[in-house]
Ligand binder design. Structure first.
Ligand SMILES: [Zn+2]
Length: 313
């Protein structure tokens, strides 16, 4: 027998997020504000966990799980690996908190009442909102974001909220429309030392298009008005090679304007178009941990984060 709530399995991501997750997020943040006095960053994940009847335990590294949610009498235990980078630890705790939304915590031992095929993605979405709530994000964005220095601003905001640059990029572009016309991209090269050396000496610091697509952040508005960014491999290739050329020459292309040309399908025909874009990029080799997906990587990543902006033509 499937209980009615179990039919969430069939609901859309947005449906479950709006009906189940958003009210819970609001509730948790309200309680957090009452307990702490305000919603000032950085958010305290232990406090967030305790609001949701979760005790947090640190465990030695084992297997590949960064965190796990365990049902216990009267609530949950969240266990996370000892070796997580702080930003990853914060995300992991918030992610496990989100899994509690799928349980009924009023029974002596929480009982699963909900399932969804995209539970993992839903939990990451929730985690981002707990770690970087809308209200303080808007405030901090107003005081810390500089259009002239988008990368430095991105780093500043991430530090203030003790979250990764990726999470902040998501919050600024995908989840909110704070950055309406910017595209934040993460270019990675595996194996920090080897790859860096290789890149500097042979200039074969290449990118993986698939990886790029997955890692790039595009604000919804930009996705609508600027579709070639989404699909033009050619454009990515040009942006990338120009960036790398300048970086390897020791130039700092922040900000740099370049005109790019690509083909666009108009009325069934391919047409050449030129469009000026502004590109910001910086090599983050000095602090690879900041752009790691997780501190569990043995190799570490380093790469270039770029902010690509369309200029009014
Ligand atoms: Zn999970």
């Amino acid at each position: 027998m499937t209980s009615p709530a179990m039919s969430d399995q069939e609901s859309s991501f947005a449906g479950v997020f709006g009906e189940v997750c958003e009210p819970r997020i609001r509730e948790i943040l309200d309680q957090y504000r009452k307990a702490k006095g305000d919603l000032a960053p950085p958010m305290d994940p232990i406090q967030l966990a305790s609001i949701c009847n979760c005790r947090v335990q640190i465990v030695p590294e084992r297997g590949s799980h960064e965190g796990v949610l365990i049902r216990s009498r009267g609530g949950f235990i969240i266990q996370h690996r000892r070796d997580l980078h702080e930003t990853r630890k914060n995300l992991t705790i918030c992610h496990e908190i989100a899994h509690t939304f799928f349980f009924d915590s009023s029974s002596p031992i929480p009982r699963r009442v909900r399932q969804h095929r995209q539970e993992e993605s839903l939990c990451f979405s929730v985690a981002r909102r707990l770690l970087v709530p809308e209200e303080p994000l808007h405030k901090m964005f107003e005081s810390l974001w500089s259009r002239e220095q988008p990368l430095a601003s991105l780093a500043r905001l991430s530090n203030v909220f003790t979250c990764s640059l990726e999470i902040m990029a998501d919050r600024l572009t995908t989840d909110t429309s704070l950055l309406r016309d910017e595209l934040i991209t993460f270019w990675r090269v595996k194996n920090a030392t080897g790859a860096k050396k290789h890149a500097e000496t042979t200039r074969s610091f290449n990118y993986s298009y698939e990886h790029f697509r997955k890692e790039s952040r595009l604000s919804p508005e930009l996705a609508v008005v600027f579709p070639p960014y989404q699909r033009s491999k050619h454009l990515y290739g040009q942006v990338w090679s120009e960036l790398v050329d300048r970086l390897l020459k020791g130039e700092n292309p922040e900000p740099a304007t370049m005109e790019l040309q690509w083909k666009r399908r108009v009325e069934g025909r391919m047409r050449q178009e030129r469009i000026p874009v502004c590109v910001d990029a910086r090599l983050w080799a000095k602090e690879p941990s900041q752009i790691r997906l997780s501190s569990l990587d043995n190799f570490g990543f380093y790469g270039v984060i770029s902010v690509v902006r369309r200029l009014e033509s």
